[in-house]
Ligand binder design. Structure first.
Ligand code: NDP
Length: 287
């Protein structure tokens, strides 16, 4: 039997409705309109599309949004000065620096991102927010893994006591996913490029998360029958063709539930960003 398809748009819509409702409460009860500032340096076409989508989502939900476009040759000092200004701006509750940064400042990425006030760090990348996630304190969590977990909850897929396997250990996806699943009482294994006999590990998983960046890497023989498969990968294999890290057509015949690419996790990420902006505003007004 073919797997249940976990459609990103269904869950993204629920995240957005929730963010819109909470934004309205902040406006009506506290006189605060949540605000997001997105800084984009240079003219990377993919980044421009992402930034436009974020701005559009804010407008739909009554979230104030500013896009700050800086030239390609912006220096580290100029970018940091802009972040400092936004850290003090009362209209702005969330700040996001669109990655990748141009070559001349790419090496200083960590220093630049760490300059964002942790209270406004809606990407959840600041070490203070990473620490809060690890220790289980309330904070801002990276949007992609937070979206995946919320989707599992809304889809009624049990995590408590289940075996979860994550392929990929990036700071953006794999590592935060580990802590989010652990906090929901899953038994979690994280794999990477040095893992030996990967298929033997993945075949044990009730929940398998693929965040590798390799097209169709996870094949049907790596999957336990009935497992839930979350495909975070986005790989462009032709100008108009995106595929995930999972061989969707084959794996859906074995899995119990699976996210498609496109139309899966990617849609959750922007919707979860809206939730993070509202959450940042709630935390800042002490709600
Ligand atoms: P990274 O490149 O930072 O990490 C990839 C991970 O995969 C690394 O930990 C690497 O291991 C591991 N890996 C690579 N090759 C293998 C292998 N042969 N066997 C086992 N593990 C392997 O990627 P990201 O986490 O940033 O992104 C992963 C994918 O998710 C990409 O396709 C990206 O585009 C997509 N993505 C999608 C988002 C969305 O909104 N849907 C958001 C963010 C990312 P090692 O550490 O040993 O090198």
């Amino acid at each position: 039997m073919s797997a249940r398809i976990l459609e990103g748009k269904v869950f993204a819509q629920q995240f957005k409705e929730d963010a819109g409702r909470r934004a309205a409460i902040l406006r009506e009860k506290h006189g605060v309109t949540p605000g997001l500032a997105v800084i984009i340096v240079g003219s990377n076409p993919a980044s421009q599309v992402y930034v436009r989508n974020k701005h559009k989502s804010c407008e739909e939900l009554g979230i104030y949004s500013e896009v700050i476009e800086l030239p390609e040759e912006t220096t580290k000092g100029e970018l940091i000065a802009k972040i400092d200004e936004l850290n003090l701006n009362k209209r702005i509750h969330g700040i996001l620096v669109q990655l990748p940064l141009p070559q001349q400042i790419a090496d200083c990425e960590a220093e630049i991102l760490n300059r964002i006030d942790p209270a406004k760090d809606v990407d959840g990348f600041h070490p203070v927010n990473v620490g809060r996630l690890v220790t289980g304190e309330p904070g801002l969590v990276p949007c992609t893994p937070a979206g995946c977990i919320r989707m599992l909850e809304l889809a009624d897929i049990p995590m408590d006591g289940k075996k979860a396997v994550i392929i990929g250990r990036s700071n953006i996806v794999g590592k935060p996913m580990l802590h989010l699943l652990l906090a929901r009482n899953a038994t979690v294994t994280i794999c990477h490029s040095h893992t030996q006999d990967l298929a033997a590990v993945t075949k044990e998983a009730d929940i398998l998360v693929a965040a590798i960046g390799k097209p169709k890497f996870v094949t049907a023989d790596m999957v336990k029958p009935g497992a839930t498969i979350i495909d975070v990968g986005i790989n462009r294999i032709a100008p108009k063709k995106l595929v995930g890290d999972v061989d969707f057509e084959a794996v859906k015949e074995v899995a119990g539930a699976i996210t498609p690419v496109p139309g899966g996790v990617g849609l959750l990420t922007v919707a979860m960003l809206m939730q993070n902006v509202v959450k940042a505003a709630e935390l800042q007004v002490g709600k």
